[in-house]
Design a protein. Structure first.
Length: 203
């Protein structure tokens, strides 16, 4: 399963990074400019995020790649029979996803001015899933919304920042995120929605 392979590689990569060295300070002024700098009146991290969003939209909406991605997500076997190069498209998606993750890692490292292999990006996989599903992306595949995912990420960051500023425990944010993911998964389940409709209809 892709999610299992992703988690295995994530754990292995974090272990390798911790073996190389932990808490390496970043003193380069050029690197820290990524967090402090501005471009066209916007903070540079926001500019980079918008550029990546625009690039993703261009690739998925302006080319056939987006159609292939939705087709494979909906039914990989039927897409293969239709002539779609499923392995090549899937590989391209993973590569681009890794590029986006790398950009996010650079922005985060520039913010904390530290290469922290132990804590940087911890539990971000849950945030990524939550931002996507809140934005309308189906976990079963076949449909995704870039704007919705971006809005979901902003809402998620706002919720986390609010919890921290209200002096609540960080663990509370993890519980809230997990509950939201569970609720969205249930709402996306046809079997659950069918049972919910039967329950509303009554005996």
């Amino acid at each position: 399963q892709p999610i299992v392979a992703t988690l295995i590689v994530m754990v292995a990569g974090r272990g390798v990074a911790q073996g190389v060295g932990q808490n390496v300070p970043i003193t380069s002024s050029t690197f820290t400019y990524i967090d402090n700098g501005q471009f066209l009146g916007l903070p540079l991290p926001i500019t980079l995020a918008l550029v990546m969003l625009a690039l993703t939209a261009l690739l998925t909406r302006g080319t056939a790649l987006g159609l292939f991605i939705r087709s494979i997500g909906n039914n990989a076997l039927a897409s293969r029979y239709a002539g779609v190069q499923v392995r090549s498209v899937t590989f391209a998606v993973y590569v681009f996803s890794g590029l986006c993750a790398a950009v996010a890692g650079v922005i985060y490292a520039s913010d904390i001015r530290l290469a922290d292999a132990a804590n940087a990006g911890l539990y971000w996989e849950l945030d990524a899933i939550l931002a996507a599903v809140v934005g309308g992306t189906l976990l079963t595949g076949g449909r995704f919304s870039l704007v919705g995912a971006a809005i979901g990420a902003v809402l998620l960051k706002t919720m986390t920042t609010t919890i921290i500023r209200d002096n609540l425990q960080v663990e509370a944010a993890l519980v809230v995120k997990a509950v939201i993911v569970l609720a969205v998964c249930l709402l996306q389940s046809e079997a659950f929605r069918r049972r919910l409709r039967l329950w509303r209809a009554g005996p």
